[in-house]
Design a binder for this molecule. Structure first.
Ligand code: GUN
Length: 301
């Protein structure tokens, strides 16, 4: 069965639109997200455009703050401080990657964790680990929501995560191993957590053998067709987080998007599988909207 992130995301957007309408009807301030983009990375430009469009569609105000590649770390820090102190901004993100001369950790650490709708500050990561109320980064939040909406139980299951990034691998592993009573505000009621999680990465020995023991495999490695059919147990759940651009002269854009899973051969063995595009991607964007409303609801009080 296909995990239809596009469909689920559109259902969630309708729910969020309703929430924003109610807020407006009560005469309250409109929620606002700011997105900082540095330079002209084509993938980043597309992601940011999609995020802003998604905000506007549900009635959240969105501001794009574009800075040139030449911006200094100090100048970017000043923008972060301004956004931290701007009472009209409920949440903001600094789109990654940043140019080489800017230290990502310095910038992320400067973001006020209450406005960190990307869930990437050390404060939010630490709070998530300890099960405190936090903003969880968008892709892990979206994966968790996708599993919940398809009633996929994780309790006692062996989840194999491929990839150890701060943005996906580490946080999704943490969320799925948590005790469910630590579930986070604004998430679906289905209790997710209590899984036994193995995190694999580029130095893991015999990845295929480990994957074959998995009930759920989450692939976030950024490597096209990394997960092949021989690595997947019959009836496993497969979540593909990869978004890789492959040259394709036949496509109008000159490229097409492929995931980290050899979809054609893995899909027949999987009980559930998320496609690329239309799986995790739309869930990530909707999670950013959920995080913005979460930040707004806590900010407005
Ligand atoms: N670059 C790729 N994905 C993301 C994301 O979710 N947030 C930010 N800030 N940058 C990204």
């Amino acid at each position: 069965m296909i995990l239809d992130g596009k469909q689920i995301a559109s259902e969630i957007r309708a729910e969020l639109r309703e929430q924003v309408c109610e807020t407006k009807a009560r005469g309250l301030r409109i929620p606002k997200l700011a997105v900082v983009i540095v330079g002209h990375n084509p993938a980043s430009e597309t992601y940011v455009a999609n995020k802003i469009k998604a905000c506007e569609e549900i009635g959240i105000e969105a501001e794009r703050i574009a800075l040139e590649d030449s911006v200094s770390e100090q100048q970017l820090l000043e923008v972060v401080h301004q956004l931290n102190n701007d009472p009209s901004v409920d949440g903001f993100i600094v789109q990654l990657p940043l140019p080489e001369h800017i230290a990502e950790t310095t910038i992320l650490s400067a973001i006020d964790y209450r406005k960190d709708v990307d869930g990437l500050t050390p404060e939010n990561v630490g709070r998530t680990v300890q099960g405190l109320p936090s903003l969880v980064s968008a892709t892990p939040r979206g994966i968790r929501e996708l599993l919940a909406r398809y009633n996929i139980v994780t309790e006692g299951k062996h989840v194999v995560v491929i990839g150890r990034s701060n943005i996906v691998g580490k946080p999704i592993a943490m969320l799925l191993m948590q005790r469910p009573y630590l579930s986070l505000p604004g998430m679906s009621a289905a209790s997710l957590g209590d899984a036994t999680v193995t995190i694999c990465h580029s130095k893991t020995r015999d990845l295929a053998a480990i994957c074959r023991t998995a009930d759920i495999i989450i692939v976030a490695a950024g490597s096209p067709k990394l997960l092949t059919a021989d690595m997947v147990k019959e009836g496993a759940v497969v979540i593909d987080v990869g978004i890789n651009r492959m040259d394709d002269p036949a496509s109008p854009r000159g490229y097409r998007l492929v995931g980290d899973v050899d979809y054609e051969h893995v899909a027949p063995k999987a009980a559930y599988i998320s496609p690329v595009p239309g799986g995790v991607g739309p869930m990530t964007i909707v999670s950013l909207l959920q995080n913005t409303l979460q930040a707004y609801n806590e900010h407005i009080r």
